[in-house]
Design a binder for this molecule. Sequence first.
Ligand SMILES: [Zn+2]
Length: 276
Amino acid sequence: MTRSTNPTAGCNSYSPSKRYPLIDTHCHLNDLAFSTTLPEVIGRAKAAGVCAFIVPAYDMGSLERTAILAERYPDFVFPAYGLHPWFINEPLDFPILHSYISLNNTVAVGEIGLDFSPECPPADIQAPVLIRQLDMAAALGFPVLIHCRKAYDQLYEILKPYKGKLRGVLHSYSGGKEGMARFIDLDFYISFSGSVTRRNARKYHKTAGAVPPDRIILETDAPFIATESTVASKVEPCHVLDVAQKIAEIRGLTLSEVCRVSTGNALRLFDRIPAL
Ligand SMILES: [Zn+2]
């Protein structure tokens, strides 16, 4: 799963000028792991043909860091604001969250969701926090970035009443091919991360082969999800190119075609990002 720890593996072997640009629709450039390396990380991503980054906040402490980052790189860092289910045991301030979401350059509400892994906060605490943020997104007209683990049925029940009022993406989707159609019916997109690049990840490969082309979105979730060739902590937005390449291989498409389609989908969903 981790053949190389070279942080730039997969970044330099392509010619971005010959194909459509990519968007990393979910990367945590706001994470402290990038605090001293950001210019180089962005440089490597641009060299790999990544032209825009959606950076989601995840807890109260990351809201301001995200806003500062987006102000520093207004042309290509696009912020999202939300409270991730892992971090809702901390004191939450929804009016402050609302004020960040209402900033001019916000493109989405997230990262929000449900995670019923045993180490996470109890389900009965997670659901109301998610619903409160879905309500904000629907009221303000933003798409949502959803994290979901071991809770797809419960997530579907929560999202169902928002049909026609809310759009979004299931980030690094792990729910399997069979569970996907019901979310697409709710106007959600399916996002693929480094998980799909792993040689033995058959469940992800099947999902990537079956998803309708107009629903494919790409991301890295850097620095949290390993690719076939890079450990999670070394993953950067440049590795979204590896994700695109794997999707091309699975679907029998050219890399250019996957870039064009996935970037078009991302711009349709995140319609506050200016045209590239
Ligand atoms: Zn994330």
